[in-house]
Design a protein around this ligand. Structure first.
Ligand code: ADP
Ligand code: MG
Ligand code: MG
Length: 247
């Protein structure tokens, strides 16, 4: 479904991704773990098409299409969702407005009818309820004044509404307490565990993987995958640290 081959990418002219190869078949959840500064967030930004992140070599295909040839909004319309380690705040735009506009833009791009205001609110309420979140909260400006945990839960509501085909989730577990972690893990499973969907779950720690069982675990170190294995690899990393496991 997502196939990354010999990817090299620079940020501000500095090489960060250095020959990364990774494939996620449909129906699978792959975890990427690795030390700080390894290039995990850079990989997420490159997949999303963020300006300033330049691919210098290699390829990325999504459902056989050249992902790198698509504009960021086209990637989103193709069903790619990015959850950020540091969600941006957008003063002046409510979360509901933002999500509705994103959803309808994607629906138009796919030739589907837009949702009416009433249909959208119904959907947003239902998805927020799954997260134990009051939809009223989504009337506030995007992420402004949200706690770390609230930002991540709002992101899950967004994912539930958007129903992407593939999600790249960058440290969705950061800033979550144990209960929120369980809720977010359950939501990732509910929304994304399906035969025609895939997930790249970027995380520092093993704990999220207790709730979202990965099919494969990869270790990213200095811009490339240095080791891959099953869920047991995450436990080994937790026990022995990255340096030991990557050696
Ligand atoms: P990780 O998410 O694995 O902790 P990042 O992808 O955030 O790592 O960062 C990888 C490397 O790229 C780090 O050395 C970081 O300093 C560098 N880097 C990231 N963004 C920028 C930037 N905008 N300008 C310069 N260097 C950057
Ligand atoms: Mg980091
Ligand atoms: Mg990061």
């Amino acid at each position: 479904m997502l196939s990354i081959k010999h990817l090299h990418a620079t940020v501000a002219g500095k090489p960060i991704i250095d020959g990364l190869t990774l494939s996620v078949p449909a129906g699978e959840v792959h975890a990427i773990m690795g030390p700080n500064g390894a290039g995990k967030s850079t990989l997420a930004y490159v997949l999303g098409g963020r300006p300033g992140y330049e691919v210098t070599e290699g390829s990325v295909t999504f459902d056989g299409r050249d992902l790198l040839a698509l504009e960021p909004h086209e990637r989103a319309a193709a069903g790619l969702f990015l959850g950020f380690q540091y969600p941006v705040e957008i003063p002046g735009v409510s979360s509901l407005q933002f999500i509705r506009e994103s959803l309808n833009t994607q629906r138009r791009a796919r030739g589907e009818a837009e949702l009416s205001g009433a249909e959208f609110i119904k959907l947003a309420r239902a998805e927020a309820a799954e997260l134990g979140m009051d939809a009223e909260m989504l009337k506030r400006p995007v992420n402004v004044g949200f706690s770390g945990g609230e930002k991540k839960r709002a992101e899950m509501v967004q994912m539930g509404i958007m129903r992407p085909r593939f999600a790249v989730l960058d440290e969705t577990d950061s800033g979550l307490d144990i209960d929120a972690l369980r809720t977010v893990g359950r939501e990732i499973n509910r929304i994304m565990r399906a035969p025609d969907k895939g997930v790249l779950l970027i995380t520092h720690y093993q704990r999220l993987l207790d709730y979202v069982q990965p099919d494969k675990v990869h270790v990213l170190s200095t811009g490339k995958i240095v080791r891959s294995g099953g869920p047991e690899l995450a436990l080994e990393l937790e026990r022995e640290g990255y340096a030991e496991a990557a050696a």
